[in-house]
Design a protein around this ligand. Sequence first.
Ligand SMILES: [Zn+2]
Length: 295
Amino acid sequence: MKYYIGLDIGATKIAAALVSGKKIIKKARVETQVKKGRQRVLKNINLAVNTVWSPKVKGIGIGIAGKVDRKKGIFVKGPNFDKNFKNVNLRNYLQTAFKVPLKIENDANCFVLAEAIHGIAKNYNHVVGLTLGTGVGGGIVINKQVYHGSTGSAGELGHITIQNSGLKCSCGHRGHLEAYASGKATSNLYKKLSGRRLHPLEIEANAKKGNKKALTVFNTMSDSLAAGLSSIIYSLNPDIIVLGGGLAKVKIYISPAIKLAKKKLVYSSLNKTKIVTNPNSSNMAILGATLLFKK
Ligand SMILES: [Zn+2]
């Protein structure tokens, strides 16, 4: 059996696991501590790898929230990372420390790759995924390979425009899906209506109790996600769209969005696209990072 280490690096936490096939053997979680600067983040990545390390490891795969240069092994930048943590050559750093090959990919691409190979979409060849977390990540996997497009940036589905000159997105532009469909969006939309900033799960609890403002927030979000989903279906005609991330569990948001998306489709052939959530998606980005070594 071959062993790999998979890393899921976000702006708040680093998850690492020792993986063999699709089995997670050992897992660790370390805080990223972005605000403490570049050297501290690198130290924390090193610590996460060390905690799950085995001498049998054949390679380290990284899924990270942001833009990467896969050929050079560089993390270019991500909207939630500090300005000190960009253009970081993670390949040089980790290959020097651990003496095994390193591969790097966007975290949402890793999530979709794992879903397409081992997960809920394993029986399909045209797979799209959206991660609905703090932000909105996206990925496209065709015939079990990540689709990268012409310059390596395909699948940035959180930044498709759903409202011309709409709300400001974390990327600085306006009207993007992420500004309406993410965890940040939930809190922002609720604050606009109520003047109070709450965690998305608190807003969900309020909506369940019938709170009108909370319900309005999720209505807006469902409409917006439906617009995003139908645009994805029109452009890619996938077999399946998998929704992951913490917000994918919020039924009051997701169920109406899926129904509405289906209503927006003109051709019945497009209605065949399945839209599903995977409630057990938390290890998928890690698994996907190790799948970067799959030939
Ligand atoms: Zn954006």
